[in-house]
Ligand binder design. Sequence first.
Ligand code: DC
Length: 229
Amino acid sequence: MNGGGENGRADVPVVAIDGPSGSGKGTVAALVAERLGWALLDSGALYRIVAAVALERNMDLTDGAALAAMAAGLEIRFEDERVRVDGRDLTETIRTEPVSRASSQVAVLIPVREAILDLQRSMRQPPGLVADGRDMGTVVFADAPLKIFLDASTRVRAERRYNQLKNKGLDVNFRALLANLEERDARDRDRAVSPLVPAPDALIIDSTDLTIEEVLEKVLSEVESRQLN
Ligand code: DC
């Protein structure tokens, strides 16, 4: 997997934001990065890219070695909020339900996780990085000076996702969406490798009854109080 650059710099601050799908972590991470003028790593997009290409090539979603070899050969670019893989724009493709489901399947495989580890760490460049995912604070950036674990009730997370898709004009079934979310959460939380758990030193924020702005302010005030910016 071609990200280029060195293997990250330990002296560069990282804000790690982990949590289940629909917790708002992607939106919050993007806003924090924008406010601080730092780079953004959407690590879930990497698992989604591997899954999308695997589905396209009819690959076995349990074959870790083959999937890792494929991942290592991809050229991935995040530019202007678009995702390009080997020169093709996959921005919309990676957000579809089949890809969401397949991404949590390929994410249980150690070789796949290892194949994208260096790429993730190479994004740690001055002045700082905001990284969101499931194992940013526990594995990938275990030394991050600020770790947030963003959670919310399953129902609220499903409602948020439903509204997002509706707003895009997509026809969605709430029950099916809730069932998929629960299935994916269980797989992400219960897997043996890098499961979705808060780091021992993470600040846990429950966003069930909070707006995005309220969560954003909480995170930014932690950045301030730790003098990271
Ligand atoms: O955050 P997301 O929904 O885009 O993530 C897609 C899948 O990728 C999710 O089901 C779990 C996996 N994932 C992971 O295992 N580790 C990460 N750091 C990020 C995502």
